[in-house]
Structures are given as C-alpha cells and as structure tokens.
Design a protein around this ligand. Structure first.
Ligand SMILES: CC(C)(COP(=O)(O)OP(=O)(O)OC[C@H]1O[C@@H](n2cnc3c(N)ncnc32)[C@H](O)[C@@H]1OP(=O)(O)O)[C@@H](O)C(=O)NCCC(=O)NCCS
Length: 178
C-alpha cells in the first residue's frame, strides 16, 4: 500500500477523466452528475490551479495514476478555505468504480498530505465526507486524520449535506497560523 499510485498535476488532457468521474455512482455524495458545461468550467479551474502550483500555495488538483502503467484512475486535490475563522487546506477525492477497493484513494491522500505539508502555508488539512459515505470516512481514518465532529454544508448550494469534519496536522508553517 502507498507505493502503487502517483499523483500528477491536472492538465488539459484530463477532461476525459473528469467526464468518467462524473458517473452517477461517483457523484452520489456530491450532488449528482454535472452538465457538460459545468464540467468544462471545473476542468479549466483545475488546469488553472495546477498552472499556479508551487507559486502561490493556493493548492493543486491531480489525476491519480496507477503504477507502473500510468493509467488514470481518479482525482484528488487540495485547496484553501476559511474554516472557523482560520485558513486551512481542504482535500477531496474520487476513484473510478473499476479501481476502487485497492487502496488507491488511501495512497493518494498520503501523497497529498506530503505535498500540502511541503507548502508550509497552513497547519491543517481538512476533509468533509458525507456522514453517509463509509469508504470516504475510512480513507480519512486510515490516513491518520482526527474526527473533529459533524458539520452542515450545502452541496450543491441549496441542498443540505451532513458531513464529518476530519483534520490532519501538516506541521510547521512559515510565519503565521501557528
Ligand atoms: C471514497 C473512494 C475515493 C474510496 O476509494 P478507494 O480507492 O476504493 O479507497 P481504498 O481502496 O483506499 O479504501 C479505503 C478504505 O475504505 C474501506 N471501505 C470501502 N468500502 C467501504 C464501505 N462500504 N464501508 C466501510 N468501509 C469501506 C476499505 O475497506 C478501505 O479500508 P481498508 O483498507 O482498511 O479495508 C471511492 O469510494 C469513491 O470514489 N467514491 C465516490 C466519490 C466520493 O464519495 N468521494 C468522496 C468525497 S469527500
């Protein structure tokens, strides 16, 4: 476990992966599938995030690829958000149905934790899986996140979603948020 995937910054050629990730069974906990127009907007946002990666510390989206073949099997990323008066990183992920149950998501989040820690910008990385999403909550638990409690989101806006607030400490930061 932990050595059979690589995370690679999102690129223009990943639109087809995003379309595959838009399958109803994957979007169940995320408000259902998006329209092609919404997907294109999301894709361009992911490309832009990766273009700025390493310069602003604002986060990056990645494709998860299986090793050694390099087949794209999912998506993961981290980005900034305000949380209870503090700036934190948030992560979210998905793995294509044919590749689930093989530790892909668990290995990918370990890689994301390392990347986010290298930024030395925020002390904590959070994830907010729906309370009714056992695999995603298991991913958090396995990766060493601490369950902080439950919280209410609207996702998509207007649709209430009860979530767990998981948090992992990334380590020291440059100058602030300590
Ligand atoms: C959540 C998701 C990414 C997990 O991907 P994955 O690659 O299959 O995850 P892993 O193989 O690393 O498995 C993680 C753990 O979940 C556990 N798990 C899987 N299905 C489970 C279930 N129904 N109930 C409880 N635990 C479950 C696995 O047993 C594993 O733990 P283990 O290694 O101790 O056995 C995948 O199910 C998915 O894409 N779901 C749809 C999208 C989504 O919900 N994203 C989350 C938004 S935050």
């Amino acid at each position: 476990m932990g050595h059979h995937v690589r995370i690679e910054p999102w690129s223009q050629s990943d639109l087809d992966l995003l379309r595959q990730m838009n399958a109803p069974e994957l979007m169940d906990h995320l408000g259902g599938p998006e329209t092609e127009e919404q997907l294109l907007v999301r894709h361009e946002r992911y490309v832009a995030m990766s273009a700025g990666a390493g310069t602003t510390g604002a986060g990056t989206m990645f494709r998860i690829v299986e090793l050694p073949g390099g087949v794209p099997v999912g998506t993961i990323g981290y980005w900034e958000r305000d949380w209870q008066g503090q700036q934190v990183y948030e992560s979210g992920w998905g793995v294509l149905p044919g590749f689930q149950g093989r530790g892909m998501a668990s290995a990918a989040i370990e890689a994301v934790i390392r990347k986010a820690a290298q930024e030395r910008k925020h002390r904590y990385l959070h994830a907010y899986p729906s309370v009714g999403n056992p695999p995603s909550n298991a991913v958090c638990r396995k990766a060493g996140f601490t369950l902080m409690g439950e919280c209410d989101f609207e996702y998509p806006p207007g649709t209430p979603l009860r979530c767990n607030d998981w948090r992992v400490e990334l380590g020291p930061v440059h100058g602030r948020d300590l």
